[in-house]
Ligand binder design. Sequence first.
Ligand code: FES
Ligand SMILES: [Fe+2]
Length: 428
Amino acid sequence: MNAPQALSDYAHLVQTDRIHGSIYTDPAIFEQEMARIFHRAWLCLGHEAEIPQPGDFRATTLGRQPVLMVRGDDGQVRVFMNRCRHRGMTLCEDETGNEKFLRCWYHGWVYRNTGELEDVPLANAYGAQFRREDFGLTPVPRMESYRGFVFASLAPTGQSLLEHLGLARRYLDIFLDASPTGEIDVTAGVHRTRYRGNWKFVGMDGYHPHYTHRSVMDSWKRRPGGNMANLHHGDPFSDESGNLTRDAGNGHVLLDMFPSRLAHVDEYLGGIRKRPGGEDYIAAMQEAHGPQRARELLAWAGDPHVGIYPNLQLIGIQIRIIRPLAVDDTEVLMFPALLKDVPPSINEMRLRQHESFYGPAGAGAPDDAEIFERNQQGLGATVEPWVYLARGLERERQDTDGSIIGMPGDETTQRGQLREWKRMMSEA
Ligand code: FES
Ligand SMILES: [Fe+2]
């Protein structure tokens, strides 16, 4: 099947209540996703706290293109194309490291960690016209950061990062402001998952936990005084929980569990108080944010459970980056973020919460990878090709801030993501 070229084709493939399964299986559509979404939109590369020291770098990708996020000796974080200006070799083979100079393995050109070309072996062969200052590393066309979250785009023009984030910006704040100083530490490492399924399966589905994660939910029920180390009380995905699915626009969507967390915040804070330094943490939050905002932030627990379209999700304590590798091959990087300026017992609690669900020994994330692979296999049956996404369509409504809200298991989130997918794919 050829990729649809015209806008009307995408309008057909993504309808309000159903989508065509080919958007998960057709390699030609995947090629267009690379060109129209991943080589054009704002993508999150990670957080500056991953590279805290001068010279720290992370080699990563923008869609298919290799890039390098590096903190220079001047302390500034930059994003360069990971490509030697001589004949185009990738400069960094390691994913992470610390270098004052980056030396190309091929012919030895040497660059500063601020991007300037420092040295060319046997440079006199280039003649008098050759100027080293013309051959610094190429910056990515656009880069902006929001409170340390580094975003880049291969499109030289387009909406600003703040316009792109829109209403979802507040959820990045919620993630960071679980620390009284708003600072995080992202040097704990990374959990990686790679599954044989499409990238659009990942995250923001409030309908599946009772079934896909049944064993986890059952164990939560047996745990006295709450679950996920007291992060949730009761069943956060039930219609009775008061929780919501929320479509914040531009493809940014969340499982909004704030209502039930606020209702149980005093129990949650009771658990925090029992930890060494817990009282100090609560007092520092109140000092930094005032009593009302501190209470809200503590109820959120730094966990907005939000997907920032298309490749960033902030779930639990993790910064999750989604990397599509092929139409049926996806890598997910999960960076646990610790809070700066809090007692160690708070970070210990956060890490244990993360490990209980995510990572190779986690009780939940392996379920998801397995389900995504089976979903990909099932979509290989094309006699009846439609995927049905109408759940909650008739009862969703607009909230006061303009976002669209549904019940916890409603497919408001999927509809919000796919509406943005259709818009991006239809843009010339
Ligand atoms: S390709 Fe890098 S020095 Fe030649
Ligand atoms: Fe899941």
